[in-house]
Design a protein. Structure first.
Ligand SMILES: Nc1nc2c(ncn2[C@@H]2O[C@H](COP(=O)(O)OP(=O)(O)OP(=O)(O)O)[C@@H](O)[C@H]2O)c(=O)[nH]1
Ligand SMILES: [Mg+2]
Length: 511
């Protein structure tokens, strides 16, 4: 920008600073010289003002072009990546549909893991059966002695698969045992290869230090010196961020990965046994007694065995939303929002999806800058669960602490907060199965143990924390969600999008 010229002064003041003195008119200036000088000064002033105006316009249009930035926060398994996938499904539907095939391995791993969890529970039960059988024979145990807590709640069952009739008879009175039919034992044996398959898929979809899949596709074949130890860079999720330009990954990774150990083949050949296992009443009883609630766990596909184990299985949109793939690091998803009438800005969006485990929380901070809105997910169904990374911490308490931390963060004081009280579907099934919320959340008191009352109670609590902890008053939007549900989530995301675009536009006009 050119320096502005001082207005004329016929007699220079000797006290003036050197710059003013230098540009002051000469003391002996003639009337013609004065006229010319004043015209030049006018012109310079006009140019200076034009430059100022151009800069202002440029700043304004930069701001208008600024992408809308949305950050997804919340603890691990709260539903951040699922929410991101819902955005993808709604706003880049073609890419989302094309990517479905890539999810097959992850879903196969999810299913295989559920089977392994059942096998583990059955083996533990078998050991317990055997234990009581041995005790009944060593005469060292009286059935009248107090036992484990489930002991008195359980109904009496027989130990089967025992060729000693007398022993079986005496153990049959023990309530902590559950009968295993010969067929069940056979099914368990025949499903053993799935343990190996789980390990094989894990080696492909997760780095060695992780115990869950963290990447969608297999790493490129053998560019790394040791193919069994992928680098940590490879461990980061290839991510939804590449929704529009990820087509290179689409060359059916399974084809080259397992020639002789094709997971699809292996899983398909186990189909009948998996079905038998899942529908066996004794298995359900073992799971019930051991409080293994697979239906409410991430990546549950046991109600879709026939479909998921078919040789031509292609994941549906719903499957992709229900699949579990842990986020490591931060993934960015960019997309163009269709322009609608009257919306001159906010067409480019960037959504940041972060990993939610505790060790990853510090990595969120750099993404707090220039954010338009945050969607914070609190899974309210987790009131009776603890964190995977720290079994001493209750998940609901952790969500509340994290919510306080976000509300009171000064860098975020002007950011709009959207709260998704998520997993309401699981909350509903837990409460209707008889689990009492008040047992875990004392302040819930005598309120009715139903999903409507409970979710509204949580909304009031989270909203009060927001009001109390925000450094300055701000806009807050709270929703009760089940983000795996396509119908309800589409409506909620459309409202959230409209709100964010409206506020983004207002900010652009404030410059
Ligand atoms: N039933 C049900 N399942 C849900 C809901 N939201 C998410 N899930 C499932 O919960 C699992 C975890 O969800 P993610 O979206 O991976 O969780 P995240 O917050 O991204 O977790 P990290 O990546 O570890 O931080 C997935 O299998 C989802 O399908 C919900 O509202 N209801
Ligand atoms: Mg995630």
């Amino acid at each position: 920008m050119p320096a502005r010229l001082a207005s004329s002064s016929p007699i220079p003041d000797p006290q003036m600073d050197p710059l003013t003195l230098a540009i002051a008119p000469p003391p002996d200036e003639s009337p013609e010289q004065k006229t010319r000088r004043e015209a030049e000064e006018q012109e310079a002033k006009r140019v200076s003002e034009a430059i100022d105006e151009a800069l202002k316009q440029e700043r304004l249009s930069d701001k208008k072009k600024r992408p809308v930035k949305l950050l997804l926060l919340g603890q691990s398994e709260s539903g951040k990546s699922t929410t991101l996938r819902q955005f993808q499904r709604l706003y880049t539907p073609t890419a989302f549909r094309q990517e479905r095939a890539l999810w097959r391995s992850v879903i196969q791993l999810n299913l295989t893991r559920s089977v392994r969890i059942i096998l583990d529970a059955l083996e533990a039960q078998l050991a317990q059966n055997t234990n009581y059988y041995v005790q009944s024979h060593s005469n060292a145990y009286s059935y009248n002695q107090p036992g484990p807590s489930s002991f008195h709640e359980s109904r009496t069952m027989n130990i089967m698969n025992d060729d000693n009739d007398n022993a079986n008879e005496s153990a049959s009175f023990h309530p902590a045992t559950i009968p295993f039919s010969d067929h069940l034992l056979l099914v368990m044996r025949r499903l053993l290869p799935l343990r190996h398959l789980e390990a094989l898929l894990m080696a492909k979809l997760a780095p060695p230090e992780e115990d869950e899949a963290t990447r969608l596709t297999f790493p490129p074949p053998v560019t790394h010196p040791n193919p069994h130890r992928p680098s940590s860079a490879e461990a980061t999720l290839p991510s939804a961020s590449t929704a529009n330009n990820n087509n290179n990954n689409q060359k059916a990774p399974e084809r080259d990965a397992f020639n002789s150990h094709d997971p699809t083949q292996i899983i398909h050949s186990c189909r009948e046994d998996i079905l038998d296992l899942w529908h066996e009443p004794a298995v359900r009883e073992v799971l019930r007694r051991r409080k293994v609630r697979l239906e409410e766990s991430p990546g549950f596909f046991l109600d879709d065995i026939e479909r998921v184990t078919s040789l031509k299985y292609l994941p549906s949109e719903d499957d992709v939303l229900r699949a579990r793939l842990k986020t490591v690091g931060v993934s960015e998803y960019r997309f163009e929002m269709e322009l609608s009438a009257g919306k001159e800005s906010g067409s480019e969006w960037r959504i940041y999806d972060v990993g939610g485990t505790r060790s990853q929380v510090p990595a969120w901070v750099p993404f707090f800058e220039n954010i338009d809105a945050i969607i914070f997910l609190a899974p309210i169904s987790a009131f009776d669960q603890t964190l995977v990374e720290d079994r001493t911490v209750n998940r609901l308490e952790d969500s509340v602490l994290m919510w306080k931390m976000i509300c009171q963060n000064k860098m975020l004081s002007k950011v709009d907060l959207v709260l998704f009280l998520n997993k309401c579907d699981i909350l509903g099934s837990k409460l209707s199965s008889g689990i009492r919320l008040a047992k875990y959340v004392r302040s819930y008191g005598e309120r009715s143990n139903d999903v409507d009352t409970a979710s509204k109670y949580f909304r009031t609590k989270f909203s009060a924390i927001q009001r109390e902890y925000s450094p300055i008053p701000r806009r807050f939007y709270g929703y009760l969600t089940s983000v795996t549900d396509i119908t309800t989530t589409s409506g909620i995301l459309a409202s959230v999008r409209d709100m964010i675009v409206r506020e983004h536009l207002k900010q652009s006009r404030l410059i």
